[in-house]
Design a protein around this ligand. Structure first.
Ligand code: SF4
Ligand code: SF4
Length: 471
């Protein structure tokens, strides 16, 4: 049976087919057909026709059944792509250049950037080997994401990788590009000009107005001194000087500081091209969002989605990336079978050249899958990828939202549930409610200004959208 989600938007009925990502507008006959089909264990068209013949004319039923049949509602659900049986060519390498940070964020999963080990910077030689490893992929377009700690703690090697990567990629006839997320403390005009000249994508980790940001993101060994005052002018300088790529902001929302509308408004007014919010990942109940806070967050996200929609209907863009990314994915019919690209086209390389599933698993025992010398250990990675395929997890395999959600971040599952291969069942109702908001607003945009979808940037299925993981 197909995974169906009927919903209403402005009094109209729609049907989202979670198996195919088809969206159908339903009249009253169509709605009755779908309801009967769902309430009677996937009843077939003939059974439905007989059951509803006293309520509707034969012509009405024929038209509704034809349209719903064409949408594939009565057929078997199409199988998604199976788990890969061989390593996919690498397209994105998350390169840990600095196992060190100058901040001490209260929620940092990386132990103040050190991942439970000593401070360490990647050497120029290991960074160069990492580039060769990435460029040996059969992909013609590859991407490096610098990661830390704070990546700019190792600025000389970042510069080297960018310059060397461009030369090596050109010699091989390939395209390479670079991005990273920074705490902004180490930005200078000279560095921003370099980043702009080389079209490096920059996102800033910032958590909102001073009271929230400073409570979340104090300096290390400072007695809790917040970083807002230091970074604000640097962020403004970055926004003014980085001319070649839009600059985004990544927000971590944590316990007790979850007013997402106030957070978004503050940051968007600063001038970021887009702002995306992610929940904190932590096993600690003094940090993670409690259920009543998740409800508040959802209510705030709904307000922001509605506001973004009202502007989109007037052909105006608001960079609330949680909803614009979701709309784009729905519009593209992107059917995820994994939460993200980790272990597929995306892998992470640590400061000492070890290969991990993704940046968050850096140094986590059991999640190293090779090293730069020996390459990717596909024999070890393959069973993991088979287990985290959305159809291999319960209750994901029968969830109507599975091809939007993908089953959730593996690191979140490990942190909260103790097993990276299980579904993130602790936030299913939140994810499904958020996707419902996405569908409801998507339908109104589809009716009111369908050309707007052309304005949304194509989205890579590399990272889960809220709350699956951070970008
Ligand atoms: S994690 Fe929950 S919401 Fe996501 S696909 Fe699985 S069951 Fe559905
Ligand atoms: S969603 Fe989770 S597992 Fe996937 S890349 Fe992001 S942090 Fe890693």
């Amino acid at each position: 049976m197909q995974l169906l989600r009927p919903f209403q938007s402005e009094g109209r009925d729609y049907l989202f087919n979670g198996s195919t990502h088809g969206l159908l507008s339903l009249d009253r006959v169509g709605r009755a057909v779908v309801d009967y089909h769902m309430q009677h264990g996937g009843a077939d068209p003939e059974t439905i026709r007989a059951a509803l013949s006293s309520r509707f004319t034969a012509t009405e039923l024929d038209a509704a059944l034809l349209e719903i049949t064409e949408e594939g509602v009565f057929g078997a659900a199409p199988a998604g792509p199976p788990a890969p049986t061989r390593q996919l060519p690498l397209s994105t390498m998350v390169l840990h250049v600095a196992q060190d940070c100058n901040l001490s964020c209260t929620y940092c999963y990386a132990d103040e950037g050190q991942y439970g080990g000593p401070k360490k910077l990647i050497t120029a030689e290991t960074a160069s080997q990492s580039l060769d490893f990435l460029l040996a992929s059969t992909n013609d377009k590859v991407h490096v994401t610098f990661f830390g700690g704070e990546p700019m703690m190792n600025w000389p090697v970042m510069e080297q990788v960018i310059l060397e990567g461009e030369i090596k990629a050109k010699a091989l006839g390939k395209k390479i590009d670079f991005s990273f997320t920074t705490n902004a403390t180490l930005l200078t005009e000279e560095r921003v000009d370099f980043l702009s000249e080389h079209r490096v994508g920059v996102s800033v980790s910032m958590d909102g107005p001073p009271d929230i940001h400073d409570a979340n993101r104090p300096y290390k060994n400072s007695g809790g001194m917040g970083s807002y005052a230091m970074i604000e002018p640097k962020v403004k300088m970055l926004l003014a000087r980085h001319k070649t790529r839009p600059v985004g902001c990544r927000v971590t929302v944590m316990h007790d500081r979850a007013d997402v509308v106030r957070i978004f408004d503050h940051l968007y007014e600063m001038g970021f091209a887009e702002v995306g919010l992610s929940p904190v990942t932590s096993p600690s109940d003094s940090i993670f969002l409690h259920p009543h806070e998740m409800d508040q967050v959802l209510a705030g996200l709904k307000i922001l989605a509605e506001r973004t929609l009202q502007h989109a209907l007037k052909d105006e863009f608001i960079g609330f990336s949680n909803i614009t990314n979701l709309w784009q994915e729905l519009h593209a019919g992107l059917r995820k079978t994994y939460a993200c690209g980790a272990g597929l086209g995306l892998l992470s390389v640590s400061v000492d050249g070890k290969i991990y599933l993704c940046h968050r698993f850096n140094g986590v025992e059991g999640f190293q899958f090779g090293d730069l010398g020996a390459g990717v250990d596909w024999e070890a990675l393959q069973p993991f990828m088979a287990k985290v395929h959305v159809d291999a997890k319960e209750p994901c395999s029968t969830c109507w939202a599975k091809h939007v959600c993908g089953g959730g971040c593996y690191y979140e599952a490990l942190t909260r549930l103790g097993d990276a291969t299980v579904s993130n069942s602790h936030y299913c109702s939140f994810v499904q409610a958020w996707i419902d908001i996405g569908l409801e607003t998507y339908a109104r945009l589809w009716e009111g200004n369908p050309d707007f979808f052309d304005k949304l940037a194509p989205r890579k299925p590399m990272e889960a959208v809220w709350p699956g993981g951070k970008e």
